[in-house]
Design a protein around this ligand. Structure first.
Ligand SMILES: [Cu+2]
Length: 133
């Protein structure tokens, strides 16, 4: 089932192209980036993000996603949210998967916090996910 979903996501990526919008994280040495174009409205799906250490541009593996929030704040509907939970680390280094089910098309904000080795404070950031109809 998981494999099928990923295949589906890959097909969607090919169909819609990459839509990537990044917002800077704090602490300022890290950012989350959206990987690919994940989903359709109304379906349970995975959103993949990459955590990058900005000074050297390297992906950060072994981080632990501790908080996830998914809502339509970027579309002016901050009160509309969808359940979101972190899955196991994705296949590529420094990438993490979040399972969610957006209820409608439009711009959703995925807000994350992660525990990173060697950092006292959690790393926080967000990405905008454009959910197609
Ligand atoms: Cu909405």
């Amino acid at each position: 089932m998981r494999t099928l979903r990923h295949l589906f996501a890959a097909v969607l990526t090919a169909s819609f192209g990459l839509v990537t919008t990044n917002v800077f994280a704090a602490p300022k040495d890290y950012r989350f980036e959206l990987v690919g174009q994940p989903m359709m409205a109304g379906k349970s799906t995975h959103v993949t993000v990459r955590l990058v250490h900005i000074p050297d541009g390297k992906p950060v593996s072994d981080a632990e996603i501790t908080e996830v929030k998914f809502d339509m704040g970027p579309a002016g509907m901050a009160g509309m949210s969808a359940p979101a939970k972190p899955m196991m680390s994705a296949k590529d280094p420094g990438t993490y998967m979040i399972e969610t089910q957006p209820s409608m098309a439009g711009n959703w904000g995925l807000t994350l916090a992660a525990k990173v080795k060697g950092e006292a404070e959690p790393v926080r950031g967000s990405v905008v996910v454009a959910v197609p109809k």
